[in-house]
Design a protein around this ligand. Structure first.
Ligand SMILES: NC(=O)c1ccc[n+]([C@@H]2O[C@H](COP(=O)([O-])OP(=O)(O)OC[C@H]3O[C@@H](n4cnc5c(N)ncnc54)[C@H](OP(=O)(O)O)[C@@H]3O)[C@@H](O)[C@H]2O)c1
Length: 329
């Protein structure tokens, strides 16, 4: 399998290389791709050095699959060129997610939608993936009406520039800013750009992507996305109103039995998910599971996952693995 990693020098790209190696992805040739700034640099994969190439060279090398995480503009321009050359693209940016001709896939939920004809496949937003991983099995049994989610998102979700901003602030160094304000000792109710409706793009991704992944417009999601100075992963406070009443024990049982989800929920032992412990893990962690006492059929929970792994790299690679396992590449 000839695999191009587009954005190989970025936050997600680096984790992709790590996850590909960990999972023994059947890779025979790696093509690391980045911007012109990085062409010629070398990166190491499984102890071997590879030279970073530009996008045009990568297309001409006709990889079997290209894992994209180099921003929306790069994906919009280049994913179709790879697809035309016969490469299947799995894209991490927001470029294709809401395109009705493209599939938006979380393998545990809707990989079954994929066919050999899908040449550009979208990976959902990081905060969406961890949300739907917990919501999908509960929706199946209790039918969601409305979800209210507030996020506490890691600086790693913005990319290398933001991680550097936080590190510089901690070290007392003046440097380039990824955010309009300091992020250390702060909370910014501002993830991605503002839209005309007053929400940010990140909040609208959380509102729209779950409906597409679950192929169901009968529920609605309202989101507030907040950036905080953590580095390990994203956390979400989630309030879900269901059509049907539930038993908390059954909610815990369903989540415990869901592949890829781990329940960490014991108030007697102060057991609950935290980004510092979700870091570098592929699972989605759920805790603080409790009834919303202000409204019928309503649940509160706290969901944490490593945004660079299940929120990005791992999910992308799981999609590629599914394609291989089903002879779709
Ligand atoms: N961080 C997350 O948690 C997360 C989660 C899900 C999805 N995503 C998405 O994944 C993408 C990358 O995010 P990131 O956090 O990894 O960003 P990042 O750390 O800033 O890395 C960006 C990568 O894209 C490359 N790149 C930038 N412009 C390019 C161009 N014109 N042509 C070719 N390569 C180019 C960069 O190469 P150079 O090093 O040469 O500049 C670098 O490898 C974004 O679309 C983001 O929305 C991120």
């Amino acid at each position: 399998m000839k695999v191009a990693v587009v954005g190989a020098t970025g936050m997600v790209g680096e984790v992709m290389l790590k996850v590909l190696a960990e999972r023994n992805f059947p890779l025979t040739e790696l093509i690391p791709v980045a911007s012109e700034r990085s062409v010629g640099k070398s990166i190491t994969y499984r102890g071997k050095e590879y030279t970073v190439v530009g996008l045009a060279d990568a297309v001409s090398m006709k990889p079997d699959v290209a894992l994209f995480s180099a921003g929306g503009d790069t994906s919009l321009e280049w994913a179709p060129k790879f697809a035309e050359a016969g490469t299947t693209v799995v894209d991490n940016s927001s470029a294709w997610r809401m395109d009705p001709t493209k599939k938006l896939v979380v393998p545990e939920i809707n990989a079954g939608e994929l066919t050999k004809e899908d040449k550009i496949i979208a990976n959902p937003n990081c905060s969406t993936i961890q949300l739907v991983m917990a919501l999908a099995p509960l929706h199946k049994k209790y039918k969601m009406k409305r979800v209210v989610v507030s996020t506490y998102q890691s600086v790693s979700g913005t990319g290398v520039k933001a991680v550097r901003q936080l590190e510089n602030e901690i070290a007392g160094i003046e440097g380039e800013m990824a955010y309009p304000y300091p992020i250390g000792r702060n909370a910014l109710p501002h993830c991605d750009v503002f839209q005309d409706n007053g929400y940010t793009k990140e909040e609208m991704k959380l509102a729209k992507e779950p409906q597409k992944i679950l192929s169901d417009n009968s529920f609605a999601v309202s989101a507030t996305a907040v950036r905080i100075p953590t580095a390990g992963g994203h956390s979400e406070s989630v309030n879900v109103e269901f059509e049907n009443d539930f038993e908390l024990a059954d909610i815990r049982k369903i989540l415990s039995e869901t592949p890829g989800v781990v329940v960490q929920d014991n108030t007697d032992t102060n057991t609950y998910p935290m980004p510092i412990y979700a870091h570098d893990k592929d699972e989605v962690f759920v805790g603080r599971i409790r009834r919303d006492e202000s409204q019928a059929n309503t649940l509160n929970m706290w969901i944490v996952a490593d945004n660079l792994r299940k929120g990005a790299a791992t999910n992308t690679i799981q999609i590629a693995e599914y394609l291989i396992a089903n002879n779709m590449l």
